[in-house]
Design a protein around this ligand. Structure first.
Ligand code: INS
Ligand code: FE2
Ligand code: FE2
Length: 305
């Protein structure tokens, strides 16, 4: 059953709960979502070189991420976490768990993660009121960050968050802080450091090993728990951090036809994932019934994690 509640409007509330109009001079997308020019720190989005309180931490994060994400590491993690034998809980319980999580890779956001999930989902709902599957995709796309919590093995940040990229073939120059790959064991391995590496032309992203993190984990959770979400939703969840592909256009030689179709939805999704990050708070209790109804439509009541 889908409960219909008021559509979100052009007003938000600030951190103290006051209602504030969203600046109409900002860029307005399709159905009214306002795309701001700068993040809450006053910089353009995804500026990894801007001097800010987050810059140094973010670069340290990527140094480790690029050194340790290798073919062997990814295979080990996929096998281990593919068992889904750690926790049983509902999708909403997981959203609440995410409140404990801080993401050290993100130059644009220092709000609790649940705010980001709801901001993304609500911004999509405003412009695509009929695509309920896309609203739910917004809500759950980052839930894999629970891997940082002790019950999930308390993985380090470099193994959970940040942009993702294929392992087993050359690391593309467009990946942020690319220079740190030089210390990755795969960097000098001739089996893994060519354009195709261990892959072949148009083999399909499904056959490509991605660096391990919240995207691939959440994809496994959704798929193994037999979600009825469409394949575009699974694609978005799995590749939303793959900026080298969806922003820079790298690695297209590995994509098949279905990947190209799904990529169009990922481009749409990305605008909301990135530009909805702000200090404008969503009233969780007000929107919760709507999202619970979507969860009920697309997922079993309890999932294996
Ligand atoms: O810092 C961010 C954040 O961790 C996001 O959740 C992820 O999807 C992005 O790609 C990453 O760069
Ligand atoms: Fe993410
Ligand atoms: Fe996100």
């Amino acid at each position: 059953m889908t409960i219909i509640i008021d559509q979100p409007d052009h007003f938000g509330s600030d951190v103290e709960g006051k209602t504030v109009p969203i600046d109409e001079k900002e860029l307005v997308l399709d159905g009214g979502f306002v795309m701001p020019h700068t993040n809450s720190f006053g910089h353009t989005f995804r500026d990894y070189n801007a001097e800010s309180e987050r810059q140094e931490g973010v670069e340290n994060f990527y140094r480790k991420n690029h050194i340790y994400q290798s073919v062997d590491f990814v295979k080990k993690m996929r096998e281990e976490y593919g068992k889904l034998n750690r926790v049983e809980m509902s999708m909403w319980e997981c959203c609440e768990l995410l409140n404990e999580v801080v993401d050290e890779s993100d130059p644009d956001l220092d709000e609790p993660q649940i705010e980001h999930l709801l901001q993304t989902a609500e911004a999509i709902r405003k412009d695509y009121p009929n695509e309920d599957w896309l609203h739910l995709t917004g809500l759950i796309h980052d839930l894999g960050k629970v891997l940082l919590l002790p019950v999930f093995g308390g993985l380090p940040q470099w193994a959970v968050v940040g942009d993702t990229f294929p392992v087993g073939c050359r690391f593309d120059e467009s990946i942020i802080h690319h220079k740190h790959f030089k210390e990755n064991p795969d960097y000098n391995n001739p089996a893994y450091n060519t354009r195709y590496g261990m892959y072949s032309e148009k083999c399909g992203l499904n056959n490509v090993l991605m660096s391990w993190g919240h995207d691939d984990y959440m994809y496994l959770v959704a798929k193994e728990n037999k979600t009825t979400l469409p394949s575009a939703a699974l694609f978005i969840i799995r590749y939303h951090s793959f900026y080298a592909l969806h922003r820079e256009g790298a690695y297209k030689h590995l994509m098949n036809e279905e990947d190209f179709e799904n990529l169009e939805w990922l481009h749409i999704f990305n605008k909301y994932d990135l530009y909805s990050k702000s200090k404008v708070r969503i009233d969780v209790e007000k929107v919760k019934p709507y999202y619970l109804s979507l969860i009920e439509k697309y997922f079993p009541a309890k999932l294996k994690w």
